[in-house]
Structure formats: C-alpha cells, structure tokens
Unconditional design. Structure first.
Length: 285
C-alpha cells in the first residue's frame, strides 16, 4: 500500500515498545515500508569519580543495545529488513533528530497500560515526540493491534483536522475500510442553561464539519457515517465511542505548539492516547 514509506520506531526494551515494534513490522510487511529502530540511552551527568562502575557509559547503553539486537531478530522473523540506530541524550530530541536525518514519514511509539491520573499524563517521551514532531506519530497502546477495518476520524474544522481527514480517507481507500467521522460539542453544564443559543450554534458547526468529511470521503468513493457527540470531556466521548463501535484506529490532528507548552500534557489528543483501547494516529498538518 505504501502510505508510509519510512517508519521510525522508538524502542527502549520495555514490553510496550517491543510490542509497538512488532506491530510496526507487521504494517511494514503489508505495505513494503522500510523500518528503522532507534534506541536512546541516557547520558550520565554526575561525577564519574563517585560512581563505582568501570565503564558507566557502556553500562547505561547495554539494555538499549540489547533491545536493538532483539529488534533485528524480530525483523528477521517477520521477513522485514530493518536498520538500527543507537543514540545518547534526551530521548524525544534524539528520536526527532533521527526521524529528520532518515527522512522518515511516520514515528511509532508504544505506551504501557495506564490507570487513574496516568491516563491524563502521557509519558514524557511520547508527549515530547507528539508535541515537537512535524511528522505523523502513531501511538500503540500495550496489547492493541494496528487495524484498518474500522477507522474513526475526529474533526473540529481546523487545518489540523483536515490533515487527519486526508490520512483517514487514504487508508480507508487502501483497505476498503468503514470510515466514521465524529465531532464533539464539549458543552459545560452551566453554558447549556444560560446560553442555549450558543450551544445550538456549536452543534450546527459540528454538523457542518462532519458533513464536509462525508462529502470529501464520498467524492473518493467511500461511504461514511457521521456523528456529533455532546457533553463535557471530549476525550472521553471519543474514546468511549471508539470502544463501543469496535474502532480499530483513531485518526486525529494535533494543534501545533511552541516553546515549553510543547511539553505540557493535557490536550485532547494526549488524553485520548491515555484512554484509547486502540492505536491513535496523530496526523501533522
């Protein structure tokens, strides 16, 4: 299919990252994509004279090198060629640098199963990659599988959503998928009581947004269902809908951020990643 020609997978030896790698290998096998695995070990910034390890750098890198060796074995078993890269430093920065140098068009990261507040606070590496990347990012929760039979795309009418709609339509065409478009009217309870007119206007806009997706998809020969979801906590509305409709993948845009706010977790996209049962593709405009 070749939607993504070069895929970069970030691994650290954890079960979640190696699961993400296996799913990426499966995708690469189907699409004829090239896989690069990168593992980033930390740099020790303390006083080496106080550390009782002969070669601290090698000790820090060892588990990451082991992960890369395992990646080669997994790729061989999957019938996919792989390149491996070992780096040191801030993980998300190094991951993005490698993606740039290798001209990858997709970055894949895994996330472990989360609960409670952890669902809202996505891991710093994933958050950093999502916040800073100009390339699409695929986040694969533990135990989930990449599938394209039922694709859910979210829209708010922004240019970021338009990028997500384009990706969703491309994959739906490639895999003859069922495509669903949703827009969420995130209405605080107090607003419903004091300004029903404003709420009705928000609903009209949401209907227009999903209607535009439907028209675009049907022009590409795809039948598309549309839904407008109402209520607070848009991310829960989307993830509950996805779970209830057996969605295989959620495709959405991510608003660009600058400076320190790129590292502040809490956007709808990041919360969806925390709660989603399925992979989430963040399409970059």
């Amino acid at each position: 299919m070749g939607r993504y020609k070069k895929i970069l997978v970030a691994i650290d030896g954890s079960d979640s990252s190696m699961h993400a790698l296996q799913e990426s290998l499966n995708l690469a096998f189907k699409e004829g994509s090239r896989i690069t695995a990168v593992s980033v070990s930390p740099q020790f910034e303390g006083d080496l004279s106080l550390v009782g390890v002969g070669n601290l750098s090698a000790a820090l890198k060892d588990p990451f090198e082991v992960a890369l060796s395992k990646a080669k074995e997994m790729a061989k078993s999957s019938g996919v060629s792989i390149a491996t890269i070992s780096e040191e430093g801030e993980p998300y920065e190094q991951i993005l640098d490698v993606a740039e140098a290798e001209n990858c068009d997709l970055i894949v990261v895994g996330t472990k199963g989360m609960s409670g507040i952890e669902k809202v606070l996505v891991g710093s590496v994933a958050a950093g990659v999502i916040g800073h990347s100009h390339r699409d990012v695929l986040v694969i929760p533990a135990k989930s599988q990449i599938g394209w039979q039922r694709i859910l795309v979210t829209t708010d009418g922004s240019k970021y959503s338009k990028a997500a709609v384009e990706r969703a339509i491309n994959y739906a065409k490639a895999y003859s998928s069922a495509l669903t478009a949703v827009a969420v009217v995130d209405v605080p309870a107090e607003l419903s009581g004091v300004s029903p007119g404003a709420v009705e206007d928000m609903i009209r806009k949401a209907k227009r947004y999903v209607g535009e997706v439907k028209s675009q998809a049907e022009s590409a020969g795809l039948k598309t269902e549309t839904f407008v979801l109402e209520g607070e906590k848009a991310y829960r509305k989307i993830t509950d809908f996805a779970a209830g409709h057996n969605i295989n993948i959620i495709v959405m845009g991510s608003h660009g951020r600058t400076g320190l706010t790129k590292l502040l977790v809490g956007s709808v996209a990041e919360k969806i990643i925390g709660y989603a049962h399925c992979p989430v593709l963040i399409a970059k405009a």
